[in-house]
Design a protein around this ligand. Structure first.
Ligand code: ADP
Length: 510
């Protein structure tokens, strides 16, 4: 009903009715009502599009054409958004910043047998050996139905639930469907249908059989353990704080390619047999935000302050000692991995102007120093040496990808390559917005400044040049308030200074 929609957003899934919603929606980290950031994420669904489609009040969304979520209004989520927990994202194989397709789903599309007759659910208790936690089947089933009544379940689905204050991760193994009429028949002679693609609505009459997950316990967020190397995003991360303009696509691609494996619950990547990406290469013209991205990746992951090293510096400053310096660069990560194993935090190393060490490679026999050779070799041995580091991410940067030693670019080394090119008009407008945030917030930008016009006028500008343009415009504005003479002095009205469109245009002409 409309009044209900007005009151709240929809958690677990929002539900549409009739309105086409197939367009892509990007998952973003979500803000919880008390302003602490949750590890959930939101995808924009307009609240007007949401209406209950089922007698129980739940409504259903088809995500990416394959996964059905039950929607239920939750006061803790903002209107017009849905939230996907990390268990749900793991199940749906989507990552933060991925774009998802959302459509309405008709729970009766499979015919009358749309209810769960019985299902098998595997349970893992967070942070404990599952055998350590005694639980009563009936009690657990009651809690389960209470929590998930009217929601849709299908095999493979992953869930989170608190039981006696213990966070539990559950996986649905099998679902058998029935017609609700036979389910409620006094004789109980329900005809069940077993089907790997089964999707059924949970009712209080559904029988649920729990089994303990015999495998190793799974650490969930909410536990007090320090996040491990493969827990990806720090809980207080704010997407809008990134301050990167026009690189949404690049950012989400890097995420999918380089960090998707780290989003899985600890240990899962190993079980599937995939290895975390240990190196990425960002390449493209100077001033386009490569360093910015590298630093922000570090910030948003649970990494320490990244170590930054610069190609020419390694070569000039540390001749004869460069190998030792590379070794040192990795020493902290090695030490922590030795001490804590999989629990180690992630260490990020940013290697700027990586081409500088590669240029030298192979030229050692002639006039070159051969230092480049040893630096590259040292990097290679750190990346794929005998004692491989799992807690390391090396981010190489260059304006010249063609100069990078091919050996460095192979699988297992700097294997994800991302071109960061000059921003397009939309990107330039975003960058202009980012770099004028302060002046706009403080009322220092005059009303006549037209950022979309400036975005048009700054064709072929890099992000760094746009940042320079804003600075230059400010200096023109300031100049109006400087009185000439032998000693420059500020005019009395300097506190009222504002930056006008004219200042930007003069800066452009400069
Ligand atoms: P690169 O490493 O590609 O040479 P940087 O990341 O060092 O470029 O960019 C230099 C500065 O330019 C940044 O600190 C930032 O102020 C600005 N800048 C560059 N690209 C962007 C962008 N896409 N969004 C916002 N600011 C940018």
């Amino acid at each position: 009903s409309p009044s209900r929609q007005e009151k709240s957003g929809y958690g677990q899934g929002g539900a549409p009715s009739g309105v086409p919603m197939g367009r892509g929606m990007q998952l973003r980290p979500a803000k919880s009502p008390d302003n602490s950031f949750t590890f959930g994420n939101l995808c924009a669904v307009s609240a007007q599009d949401i209406a209950p489609t089922h007698e129980g009040g739940d409504t259903y969304l088809l995500i990416n054409g394959a996964y059905v979520l039950s929607a239920r209004p939750l006061p803790s989520f903002p209107r017009g958004h849905i939230s996907l927990s990390d268990a749900q994202r793991t199940w749906m194989q989507v990552a933060l910043t991925d774009v998802v397709e959302v459509q309405p789903y008709d729970p009766f599309s499979q015919g009358a047998q749309s209810y769960v007759g019985s299902m098998d659910v595997e349970v893992a208790f967070a942070g404990k050996k599952s055998t350590d936690v005694p639980y009563d089947q009936d009690e657990l089933a009651q809690a389960f139905v209470h929590t998930f009544r009217n929601q849709i379940f299908s095999p493979g689905q992953q869930l989170l639930m608190d039981f006696r204050s213990i966070p539990m991760r559950m996986t649905v193994r099998t679902v058998e469907l029935v017609d609700i009429a036979s389910l409620r028949a006094p004789s109980g002679g329900a005809q069940q249908r077993r089907d790997p693609a089964a999707r059924g609505i949970l009712t209080p009459e559904s029988a649920i059989n729990f089994s303990k997950d015999a495998r190793s316990p799974i650490n969930l967020k909410g536990s007090t353990r320090r996040p491990a190397a493969n827990s990806v995003i720090r809980p207080d991360f704010k997407f809008e704080d990134l301050g990167i303009g026009g690189l949404d696509k690049e950012f989400s691609d890097i995420f999918r390619r380089a960090f998707a494996s780290r989003i899985f619950p600890p240990g899962l990547a190993e079980k599937i047999g995939i290895q975390h990406v240990r190196g990425i290469l960002l390449y493209g013209p100077p001033g386009t935000g490569k360093t910015l991205i590298a630093r922000q990746i570090g910030k948003m992951l649970n990494a320490r302050e990244p170590k930054v090293i610069n190609g020419p510096e390694v070569l000039n400053k540390y001749v004869g000692q460069s190998e030792e310096n590379i070794r040192k660069l990795f020493a902290d990560a090695e030490k922590e991995q030795k001490e804590k194993g999989d629990e180690s935090g992630l260490h990020i190393i940013i290697f700027d102007e990586l081409d500088a060490v590669c240029k030298q490679r192979g030229s050692g026999a002639g006039g070159g120093t051969g230092v480049g050779d040893s630096v590259v070799n040292q990097l290679l041995s750190k990346l794929d040496g005998v004692d491989q580091l799992n807690n390391i991410l090396l981010i190489g940067m260059t304006n010249r990808k063609d100069m990078i030693d091919e050996a460095l670019l192979r699988s297992g080394r700097l294997e994800v390559h991302m071109e960061i090119s000059l921003p397009d008009e939309f990107g330039r407008q975003q960058i202009l917005k980012i770099h004028t945030t302060k002046m706009r917030e403080n009322g220092k930008m005059a009303g006549d400044v037209n950022l979309s016009e400036l975005a048009k006028l700054t064709r072929n500008f890099s992000g760094a040049e746009i940042s320079g343009l804003v600075k230059s415009a400010s200096s023109f504005a300031l100049q109006r308030h400087i009185k000439g003479g032998t000693v420059a002095a500020l005019s009395d009205d300097v506190a009222d200074m504002q930056i006008h469109m004219e200042d930007f245009l003069r800066a452009l002409d400069e």
